[in-house]
Structures are given as structure tokens and as C-alpha cells.
Design a protein around this ligand. Structure first.
Ligand SMILES: Nc1nc2c(ncn2[C@@H]2O[C@H](COP(=O)(O)OP(=O)(O)O)[C@@H](O)[C@H]2O)c(=O)[nH]1
Ligand SMILES: [Mg+2]
Ligand SMILES: [Zn+2]
Length: 439
């Protein structure tokens, strides 16, 4: 541990705040199995007293280890959690609104686009922890067979969404699984000489939609506590699950999700429930607005995009990215264009589903509407499996990176430039940023 550690860190699994010297290590010796809070197959966690000159800890059976764990929940944490500020984002939305496709598509495109336009590297902080997402990215974007049609496996994603810890013997507590990404300037970035100081972590939670229905048990699901810790909340709104949008879309798109009989959801109620949980976990009064930004992400824009018009009635461009390289080593985000698009979506929603706008704006201090399409094309019903599958050759995501790069542009002016220089108070500051050395 030669680099500079923060004075304290927060566990991305259980939110326990601890000093780096309290960190536990994960035993490497094959006989040291059976941690008391985890499963009999999990290696024991220990507080080391001996280290190698290279900074590895030596476990009680004499094996060397580099793996770290939280002193409270014993789940594994990446070393960078002890070093870098963390931005926490929580994603919610009704089942089948497109959360898993959006996450896979957004993470893949962030790797590509941040490198290409911004000279910023976006990588897995710990590849093993992100496997559920990277598997999905692989299916959609790295398929060798370009004639294949694929579907993201629902059960795999949901199995990977929670980790079980036995704080009391025999009682399993489910903690939401964090997906952690490292954002850092590359060597050719204008601030590439100080990469360590500008490195930050994006920690994401993909909530199982089912847990968000009002009345779903919360006592056994501390899985939603991250909502209170998150600096940025994202709600995926799926217009194809709204009766009124479906009526308007009947002649506009032939997507199988618009076929008669599909399930519809009261999505405004989910926003209200999300806000209720944020307030509860954060100790806010029921009438208080949540002092954080909410991105309302309208998914599947390939289907409903034609409904979105500019003030003069012309269709809006929601395909070309609102960012580009500004000069060598620096990319620029057009916050103005995103805000203008958000205004137009708000106007459309006020016409078609006004209660959604009121629910969001009543609960959150700042609401930004973003149109995304994870795949940019319609899935096709596969008669053999009954699944909706996506022809990989047609995948072309739209705007999936925008909420993330917008957030970066608001926070990290040293990393991403924008057409609005002043900060945005409602974006607050990243968790632990007080420990960060302003450059
Ligand atoms: N037309 C269209 N369909 C999509 C898009 N993204 C996801 N879908 C479909 O929406 C369905 C649900 O997506 P999924 O991500 O599993 O939803 P989740 O339950 O919220 O995680 C899948 O059948 C996808 O084919 C998109 O960008 N466009
Ligand atoms: Mg899902
Ligand atoms: Zn923990």
C-alpha cells in the first residue's frame, strides 16, 4: 500500500465507514476456509500482523494475499476504495423497463467513448465484481457470430444483484451488489500528468424492479439503503409500459413490445416509492425534497423517438452524441443540448403522462430527462424460446453514456469540459471528496 490512502473509506456493500488500518485481508491458504459471516467456501478474513516487503499480507497459515475485505460485512473490496473518491449511482425502474440492457450498453459505450473523445480511461476496478455486466456487454457487443440473436439472461443478472451476509448466525441479510468502475485520465489527457489525483470510482447498483413495488418488504431488504447514499439516482421510465404512450405509438413502431396484451405499470408510483425510501434511509421528513439530482431515463427511444419534437415541430436529434473532442487530450460535453432535450421530453411527458413529471419534481430537487436506447433497434420474438432476442448486427446504442458523462462534466471539470462552466449545486460533491486533494 504505497500510494496515498484516504483517512477513512466507506464500504460499498454495507456503508460502514472505517479507517484503512482496520481493513481485513482475505486468507489465501487453501485450508483457511469458512468465514464466520459468509459461506463455508469463503476464505477467512483476518487482521494481518505480518507483511511482505511488496506490501502483501501474510495470512495465519503463511500464504501471501493482496485481497481486502470490509471489517464490518467481510465482503471483498477493491484497494482503490481506500484511495479514491466514490460517486454512487442507483438505478431503479419497473421490471422489463430495460435496466439490464441499459447498464450493459452504457458501460460498454463508456469504455469506448470516454477513451475516444475524452482521453479518459473507464475500466473495471475489480473485474470479478463486474462479471455480470461484462458478460452482458460481451453478448451484445463482442459476439463473433454477427448473424446471432441474443437475449440478456434475466436470472443470472438477478442472482448477481445481491450478496448474502450472516451478521447474526442463521439470519441472512441481502446486500445489493456494487458494480465498481475506475475513471481516470489517460496519459494523453491534458491532466494526464496527475492521474492519481483525478481518479475516481463510479459505483452502480441495479435494483431488481420487483423490490420497488409499494409495500414490498423493506426490513429484510437493506438492499435499498444505497438509495440514501447515492449522489445520483436514475429512474428508468419505459414508455412502452404506459397505456397512453402505447396508444400514441400504435402506428409509429412495430416493436413486439407494443403488441396488444403486454403488461403496463404505474411507473409514477415507483418514483414515489423510490423517493420515500431515500427519505426514510436519509432521515428526511416526508415533505422534504430530496436534495439530489434524479435522472429520469426514458428507455427504448428507438420506439418512441418520433414523438419527440422541437418547439418548431421538427424531430429532435437524439442519436448524435452531445459530446465531442474539444482538442487533443480533452473532450467537451454539451450540457446545454442535454438540458434542452430534457426540456422537450418534459413537455412531451406533461402532455402524455403528466403525473410522472409531478411525482419526480415533487420528490427531487433537480430532475433531468434523458432519452436512451440501449440497442437502437427492436428485439424479435424467437418462437423456439419465447424470448425477445436482439440481432447483434443491428445493435446501435443511442445516448446511453449521457447521464454518466453529464455527471462527470458537472463534477470533474478537470476531466471533462463543458459549455456550462459554473458548477451545479444540486449535484453536491462525491462521497469522501473532502479527502481529495483539489488540483
Ligand atoms: N426496442 C427496444 N427494446 C429494448 C431496449 N432495451 C431493452 N429492450 C427490451 O426490453 C426488455 C427488458 O429489458 P431488460 O433490460 O431485461 O429489463 P429490466 O428488467 O429492467 O432489467 C428486453 O426484452 C429487451 O429486448 C431498447 O433500447 N429498445
Ligand atoms: Mg434486469
Ligand atoms: Zn461492508
Amino acid at each position: 500500500m504505497s500510494r496515498k490512502l484516504k483517512s477513512s473509506a466507506v464500504c460499498p456493500h454495507c456503508w460502514h465507514r472505517f479507517r484503512p488500518d482496520q481493513t481485513l485481508w482475505v486468507a489465501a491458504h487453501p485450508e483457511l476456509l469458512g468465514d464466520r459471516l459468509l459461506t463455508p467456501e469463503d476464505p477467512v478474513r483476518f487482521l494481518p500482523s505480518r507483511f511482505t516487503p511488496a506490501g502483501e499480507a501474510i495470512d495465519p497459515a503463511g500464504s501471501k494475499t493482496r485481497r481486502l475485505a470490509c471489517p464490518n460485512c467481510h465482503l471483498e473490496i477493491p484497494q482503490l476504495v481506500l484511495e479514491c473518491p466514490m460517486v454512487i449511482m442507483s438505478l431503479a425502474g419497473s421490471p422489463s423497463s430495460g435496466k439490464s440492457y441499459f447498464l450493459a450498453s452504457a458501460m460498454w459505450k463508456l469504455r469506448e467513448e470516454l477513451a475516444r473523445h475524452f482521453s479518459v480511461a473507464f475500466t473495471d476496478t475489480d473485474p470479478a465484481m463486474n462479471r455480470a455486466i461484462t458478460n452482458n456487454e460481451g453478448q451484445l457487443f463482442l459476439n463473433e457470430d454477427q448473424s446471432a440473436s441474443v437475449a440478456i439472461d434475466k436470472t443470472e443478472m438477478e442472482g448477481a444483484q445481491y450478496n448474502s451476509v450472516q451478521f447474526d448466525p442463521g439470519v441472512a441479510t441481502m446486500l445489493a451488489h456494487p458494480f465498481i468502475f475506475t475513471v481516470r485520465p489517460s496519459r494523453d489527457h491534458v491532466n494526464g500528468h496527475a492521474p492519481h489525483r483525478l481518479t475516481q470510482l463510479f459505483t452502480l447498483y441495479d435494483n431488481a424492479g420487483e423490490h420497488f413495488f409499494p409495500g414490498a418488504d423493506t426490513a429484510r431488504a437493506p438492499g435499498t439503503q444505497h438509495l440514501a447514499k447515492a449522489q445520483v439516482l436514475m429512474f428508468v421510465f419505459d414508455p412502452t409500459q404506459d397505456v397512453r404512450f402505447r396508444q400514441r405509438l400504435a402506428g409509429v413502431s412495430g416493436d413486439p413490445q407494443l403488441a396488444p396484451g403486454a403488461k403496463t405499470t404505474r411507473q409514477d408510483q415507483l418514483i414515489v416509492e423510490m423517493a420515500r425510501r431515500v427519505r426514510m434511509h436519509a432521515g428526511l421528513a416526508p415533505q422534504d425534497r430530496v436534495p439530489k439530482p434524479l435522472f429520469v431515463i426514458l428507455s427504448k427511444s428507438d420506439i418512441w423517438g418520433p414523438l419527440l419534437k422541437d418547439e418548431d415541430g421538427t424531430p429532435m436529434d437524439i442519436t448524435t452524441p452531445p459530446y465531442a473532442r474539444e482538442r487533443a487530450g480533452l473532450g467537451r460535453m454539451s450540457i446545454k443540448r442535454v438540458d434542452r432535450t430534457s426540456d422537450r421530453i418534459r413537455a412531451l411527458l406533461c402532455e402524455v403522462a403528466p403525473e410522472l413529471v409531478s411525482a419526480a419534481e415533487d420528490a427531487f430537487e433537480r430532475v433531468i430527462f434523458i432519452p436512451v436506447s440501449a440497442i437502437g433497434t427492436s428485439p424479435v420474438l424467437d418462437p423456439a424460446s419465447g424470448l425477445l432476442k436482439v440481432p447483434v448486427a443491428r445493435i446501435a446504442p443511442r445516448w446511453v453514456t449521457v447521464p454518466f458523462i453529464y455527471t462527470l462534466a458537472r463534477w470533474s471539470t478537470h476531466l471533462v469540459s463543458s459549455d456550462k462552466s459554473e458548477g451545479d449545486a444540486s449535484f453536491g460533491t462525491p462521497l469522501d471528496s473532502t479527502d481529495m486533494d483539489p488540483s
